[in-house]
Ligand binder design. Structure first.
Ligand SMILES: [Zn+2]
Length: 350
């Protein structure tokens, strides 16, 4: 037999239910509360970020976004006038051996990674044309790697801060270049923008494509959004002989707002779907390390310095699977908040 309290609860539920139904039957549909939805998305991103992903949170949730797609084809200032390139002390970072087979050869803000294998090196991203020589070539030599052994270079996306050294590597060492199809198309479409940077069209990445060199495989995942051809990766590194799985996120900022005719709502959905795709691949591969294409987003610059004092302690890059998922929640929360602002804008214009 039901207890009296349970019976009262059932009666109350019916009464309340009828009451609510009655109210809705008489009134117009409730207007969406965009402010509340935006706040909820921002809160979810902030909670997920903690202290670990503050850089990513600031860039994607808090700072103004960088505007619509650039359709101009201008030669970058640092190519026309090399003296205008940022000063060395603004970007120079020391190279670092981060895992047994993974070396950081990037700068203070941008990443480049050399993954060593028994048959040569896979390089991930190439920074700017003006600092790839110092950071990648110089950095590799400093940690005892020979740049001639770079067999593949994977370009996360065709922006000057990631593709900058690709043409140099292809021409100098015959390195095979892997990039997303739409980003290869951009390189062809804007010859001035990619002056001195554009590699000859080579390997077109597909979702799930494996780049294998010797004993090591990098799996490519298509994560369009930041650019239409943005790539992310999963691969395994060794920490003092122990296998550790890495998720590499290839594009971050929302540089596609105000595109016409869609203000960016669809592109944000593409971006959000890509984060979900990559989060699922990170979970499926047991990734406990999150690397970003910007050293300001995965704290590579600071973590490389922490490594020096590691001793017998934990690896500063090894966050655990839950934290890797939280990175993708930050990206999704911030993207959803920005998408909601556009939806609100469209709604109020009606
Ligand atoms: Zn970019």
């Amino acid at each position: 037999m039901k207890s009296p309290i349970a019976s009262i609860a059932v009666v109350l539920a019916i009464v309340i239910g009828l009451g609510v139904d009655g109210v809705f039957a008489q009134q117009a549909p409730v207007k969406r509360n965009f402010e509340a939805e935006i706040q909820a998305a921002l809160e979810s991103a902030k909670t997920a970020a903690g202290f670990e992903f503050l850089g990513t949170l600031v860039r994607t949730c808090l700072l103004p976004q960088s505007g619509g797609e650039d359709t101009r084809d201008n030669v970058p200032g640092y190519i026309t006038n090399p003296a205008s390139a940022p000063a060395r002390d603004t970007w120079y970072a020391e190279p670092a051996k981060v895992f047994d087979n993974l070396y950081f050869v990037g700068g203070k803000l941008h990443s480049a990674w050399a993954l060593t294998t028994k048959e040569g090196i896979i390089l991930i991203d190439t920074i700017y044309p003006y600092n790839s020589e110092a950071l990648i070539i110089g950095g590799m030599q400093k940690v005892g790697l020979d740049p001639k052994n770079i067999k593949y270079v994977l370009i996360s996306h065709a922006h000057g801060d990631h593709i900058g050294g690709a043409e140099m590597l292809q021409t100098r060492y015959g390195t095979r270049v892997v990039m997303g199809g739409p980003d290869w198309d951009s390189v062809a479409k804007y010859p001035n923008r990619y002056k001195t940077m554009a590699p000859k069209r080579d390997i077109v990445a597909t979702d799930g494509m494996k780049i294998t060199l010797g004993d090591t495989t990098v799996t490519i995942w298509l994560t369009p959004g930041h650019t239409p051809g943005t790539l992310s990766y999963t691969f395994t590194v060794l920490d003092r002989g122990k296998a550790v799985n890495v998720a590499y996120s290839g594009g971050t900022a929302f540089n596609f707002v105000n595109n016409t005719p869609d203000p960016g709502i669809k592109n944000f959905q593409t971006y959000i779907d890509s984060q979900k795709h990559m989060a699922a691949k990170a979970a499926a591969t047991g990734a406990t390390v999150l690397l970003s294409n910007h050293s300001e987003f995965d704290n590579a610059f600071n973590k490389n310095r922490m490594l020096a004092g590691r001793g017998e302690g934990p690896h500063p890059y090894e966050l655990g699977a839950d934290w890797v998922q939280r990175y993708f929640q930050v990206m999704q929360g911030c993207a959803r908040a920005a998408q909601l602002k556009l939806e609100q804008m469209v709604e109020t214009k009606r």
